[in-house]
Design a protein around this ligand. Structure first.
Ligand code: BDR
Ligand code: CA
Length: 318
């Protein structure tokens, strides 16, 4: 598996799970601007990998610092591309983590992705948890990697509504053109969207116990989860880490193969994922059928207790 991240509180949780899981073989990590700027994403990713105890030769590369088309600051006067209000000013909840001496790979993310994929003995699962700029650039620059991608399990989109606007989810909204390229690349895609994203949750009691642990990965995960429990909340979602759990245990996810288009134009709906759930017979009337929508395995339900247990158990293991 390869992770593409914009670390970010829940990307940090995903990194911890991916490194600690003995069921996964993490081959590399690529960074992209999103939750916070690229420099902070790289810094956070390296610090989290230290806490996870990742091997020093795990390659980590920096990628796109801005979306394909939109400027990093989007059109709305108060809407920035980043999400510091959700992830803290440093993108990582202000937790006290030392800077990392871990080396950054000299290759740009797209080159590292290409080399890892073409050099792999068997196809690899790509897990983008951020705006999909790096993955879109990879697929356009090196289309020959496609047969080496087993599946793309991405966090992004939603069947019903958004989080950054009423229509759009953050990762797709932040770079809609990139998302459209990834959905349409002809590679199997699982869309782990908002319909399941908030369902997998860790209780305050579990997070408090983790935060008090001697195991560095458990301690960091507990602190990050507690940061997310503002106000009256007595639990927090593991967010992006759920997409990693979906690679570990795919049968915990209920999916349906459905046509999905990314809205690239809408005045109020740009970045929405339009999932076509009409009956087959109704689809005959689709005036857009000359431009068929990519068919994606859309997550409609999740065994939330199972994924939460996988997360807590794996990350808490010494
Ligand atoms: C996505 O946006 C980011 O805030 C999270 O890390 C996640 O990838 C949810 O919309
Ligand atoms: Ca993310």
């Amino acid at each position: 598996m390869i992770l593409d991240v914009d670390t970010g509180v829940d990307d940090a949780l995903a990194l911890l799970l991916a490194v600690k899981s003995t069921a996964l073989d993490l081959r590399g990590v690529t960074c992209v601007a999103g939750n916070t700027g690229l420099e902070a994403v790289v810094r956070n990713t390296l610090r989290v990998l230290d806490a996870a105890g990742a091997p020093l030769d795990l390659p980590v590369a920096a990628g796109a610092a801005r979306p394909l088309l939109d400027p990093p600051h989007l059109a709305e006067p108060d809407a920035t591309q980043t999400a510091e209000h959700v992830h803290g000013a440093d993108g990582l909840a202000g937790v006290d983590l030392p800077d990392s001496a871990r080396p950054l790979d000299r290759r740009p993310a797209v080159e590292l992705l290409r080399d890892l994929l073409l050099g792999a003995e068997a196809p690899i699962t790509l897990v983008p948890l951020a705006p999909m700029t790096n993955i879109a650039l990879l697929l356009r620059t090196y289309p020959e990697v496609r047969p080496k991608i087993e599946r793309i399990v991405l966090m992004g989109g939603a069947v019903n509504g958004g989080n950054v606007t009423a229509a759009a989810e953050f990762n797709v909204f932040a770079d809609p053109e990139a998302a459209a390229i990834v959905f349409g690349a002809g590679v199997p895609v699982t869309m782990y969207g908002l319909d399941v994203f908030y369902s997998v949750r860790v209780s305050a009691a579990e997070a408090t116990a983790m935060a008090a642990s001697d195991v560095p990965s458990a301690r960091l995960a507990g602190q990050l989860l507690l940061f997310r429990m503002t106000g009256e909340a007595d639990s927090a979602e593991i967010g992006d880490a759920g997409a990693v759990a979906a690679v570990i245990t795919p049968d915990g996810l209920t999916t349906e193969a459905l046509p999905v288009r990314v809205e690239l134009d809408g005045r109020y709906t740009r970045g929405a994922t339009l999932v076509d759930r009409r009956a087959e017979s109704d689809k005959d009337w689709d005036p857009h059928r000359a431009y068929p929508a990519p068919v994606v395995d859309v997550a409609l339900g999740v065994d939330a207790k199972r994924y939460a247990a996988i997360f807590v158990d794996t990350v808490s293991c010494p």
